[in-house]
Ligand binder design. Sequence first.
Ligand SMILES: CC(C)(COP(=O)(O)OP(=O)(O)OC[C@H]1O[C@@H](n2cnc3c(N)ncnc32)[C@H](O)[C@@H]1OP(=O)(O)O)[C@@H](O)C(=O)NCCC(=O)NCCS
Length: 168
Amino acid sequence: MTTRIRIAAPVDVDAIFAIVNSAAQAYRGVIPADRWHEPYMPREELDREIADGVEFWVAEDGGKIHGVMGIQDRGDVALVRHAYVSPGLQRGGIGTMLLRHVLALTAKPVLIGTWADATWAIDFYRRNGFTLVAEAEKNVLLREYWSIPARQVATSVVLADERFDRTR
Ligand SMILES: CC(C)(COP(=O)(O)OP(=O)(O)OC[C@H]1O[C@@H](n2cnc3c(N)ncnc32)[C@H](O)[C@@H]1OP(=O)(O)O)[C@@H](O)C(=O)NCCC(=O)NCCS
């Protein structure tokens, strides 16, 4: 079987919901306890994210979805949002395929926010050419481009690709 990347259709939302919440088990006991809840991303939140312009792409093999990644246009920049690969298939290159695909969809600088404690995710983005932005700037960026609570700002990091102007 070969993995192919395609844009998500409305019928895929159940599968996206399932992958996000099974892969997000990686956060349990790692991210701050007050930020963990189950399911990690309630269905209403996923629906709201899609309504707010997160465009999901899926990695599919033999008709089964194994990974998902969203991209959201935020004006000056694009955000990579909600990157998740099925737990049994992680570290097999699916995340990299999805990331390369969504990066090629935009000419804008791309930013990614993740939990400061999710060291594997930070490694994943670094090996794909992203670098961490400085603490003071990440607080500004998270408030400017994301809609997340203050506590999540404090416990998150932002990575940027080479298109992002660090002198702005
Ligand atoms: C992060 C994630 C999307 C990456 O997708 P993937 O298909 O596993 O990644 P790839 O196989 O393309 O790349 C693998 C690299 O990512 C990093 N990585 C991914 N999972 C890792 C893990 N569990 N432990 C350590 N490093 C990991 C490593 O750098 C790894 O390279 P290596 O195997 O040579 O050490 C996926 O692992 C995942 O869903 N993780 C749980 C949820 C999550 O953290 N999502 C990120 C939200 S911002």
